[in-house]
Ligand binder design. Structure first.
Ligand code: PLP
Length: 457
């Protein structure tokens, strides 16, 4: 690393420590944390303040799908800023957002032909929840207000979206709109009761859903919201047929089905949207963000069904306002970047992702030969390594061993960034990853986990 780069990193580290409040800090270090600084990115790699070149294993936060330093996206940012850097969405629209809405509508399943743009995933989810309640108010069903969500889910950091979240650790010290939420079990096949078949487990989850609807009354429930694959919860792929059965119950009970595809959309599972392509379900609303611009611009949104919109248009309250909007809704720069990002996905990256997915899982699955690894699971270019203290009983590793953090630390020394989650490590590399790079990633993981096992002896 050059002297000037080292000096810049040092200054950035100090400035961050003195002035920057990082996301998800703890009270003891809020506003005074040194988390390390990243410098230049290139494809699947990032350089850090210690002069290391690291594989960006989690694609930032599930988002750098086309990889770092993509010249087409970088040029587009500049070109659109020079053309029209902003317009007020209150009064006008712009070309990139209109075209992007049309193209997203064409990719979305069923009749989800209309798109509302936001600034990211939390605001997309918040918009969907508020639309669901507003939809019922306009229909004269003011009692239909609650949302069904699940343990292990993650949907954002705004008040309502965060109230859906299922991680106990993040619920301890914050306030939530809990009276609005109906929380069900996590559909985690790895943690199903011992000896239970996957089909029986699915049926149990579906029964729990139906029972909750009956107990609370369909006339109190606005929507179910779920990630097709729980990402931050540990890449949890529910048992086959689970979503289809839930979709049916929702339809029968006039409950909206919201698929939170903030992670799974825009290529992560090899498709623009995963709900129908991977789970055979057509939602009423799909939320998206992250991969829509591959992280080059903060953009998100929701695709909404024609059915829902035409119900609103034909309601008895044409004057009722959906009083919800953002200064940066339909941002022209974000939408222009998203259009080029979509070109890249359509132009071969979706095919590449589908083609390379079996290789990715085959390589990672081999980590199950290590005693610490209870399961390697995933779908598309999403994977999770779940560690266990004891394979027979599948006991999660004791939290005080910080096993995810240990594996992450070793892997960083070896050239790989991970996302550690207590006793799990999550991987979702940029979609441009090659077979050789997957080999390197798997080798590093093997060594990083082996070193962790030695630490714990
Ligand atoms: N929904 C899901 C499924 C997510 O994984 C996330 C973020 O990780 C969000 C919503 C919130 O998105 P954002 O952080 O862009 O607000």
């Amino acid at each position: 690393m050059s002297h000037s780069a080292a000096a810049l990193y040092k200054k950035a580290t100090q400035d961050a420590k003195d002035h920057l409040i990082q996301p998800w800090p703890s009270a003891g270090s809020i506003g005074a944390e040194a988390r390390g600084v990243l410098g230049q990115g290139e494809g699947i790699y990032v350089h850090d303040d210690r002069g290391r070149k690291l594989i960006d294993g989690p694609a930032g936060m599930w988002c750098t799908n086309v990889g770092h330093r993509n010249a087409v996206l970088a040029d587009t940012l500049r070109e659109q800023a020079m053309e029209l850097s902003y317009n007020s969405p209150w009064y006008t629209s712009n070309e990139p957002s209109a075209e992007l809405a049309r193209r997203i509508g064409a990719h979305a399943p069923g009749d989800l032909n209309h798109v509302f743009f936001t600034t990211g995933g939390s605001t997309a989810v918040e918009s969907a929840l508020r639309l669901a309640q507003y939809y019922n108010n306009v229909r004269g069903l003011e009692g239909k207000k609650k949302f069904i969500c699940r343990d292990g889910g993650y949907h954002g950091s705004t008040y309502l979206s965060a109230s859906l979240n299922g991680s106990q650790r993040s619920r301890n010290w914050m306030d939530f709109a809990d009276d609005m939420m109906i929380r069900l079990s996590c559909p985690d096949p790895f943690r199903r009761p011992k000896g239970m078949s996957l089909e029986a487990f699915r049926d149990q989850l579906v029964k729990e859903f139906a029972d909750a609807v009956a107990a609370h009354g369909a006339d109190t429930i606005a929507a179910f919201i779920g990630e097709p694959i729980m990402a931050s919860g540990g890449v949890i792929v529910p048992p086959e047929g689970y979503f289809k059965a839930i979709r049916e119950i929702c339809t029968e009970n006039d409950i909206l089905f919201i698929a939170d595809e903030v992670v799974t959309a825009f290529g992560r599972l090899g498709h623009v949207f995963a709900s129908e392509a991977c789970f055979d379900v057509v939602p009423d609303i799909i939320t998206f963000a992250k991969g829509v611009t591959s992280g080059y611009f903060p953009l998100g949104g929701m695709a909404v069904s024609d059915r829902l919109l035409s119900t609103l248009r034909n309601s008895n309250h044409p004057e009722a306002m959906y009083a919800h909007g953002l200064t940066y809704s339909s941002h022209p720069i974000g939408c222009a970047v998203a259009l080029k990002n979509l070109d890249i996905l359509e132009g071969g990256l979706l095919d590449h992702t589908r083609e390379i997915t079996p290789y990715f899982h085959d390589k990672l699955k081999r980590l199950e030969e290590l005693d610490l690894v209870g399961e390697v699971r995933g779908m598309g270019l999403m994977a999770c390594i779940e560690c266990v203290a004891d394979r027979e009983s599948q006991n999660p590793i004791r939290l005080d061993t910080e096993v995810g953090v240990r594996i992450d630390r070793h892997c960083q020394e070896l050239g790989l960034l991970l996302r550690p989650l207590v006793h799990m490590c999550v991987m979702s590399p940029p979609l441009v990853i090659t077979r050789e790079q997957i080999d390197t990633m798997a080798d590093i993981l093997h060594e990083g986990i082996s070193r962790t096992m030695r630490d714990l002896r």
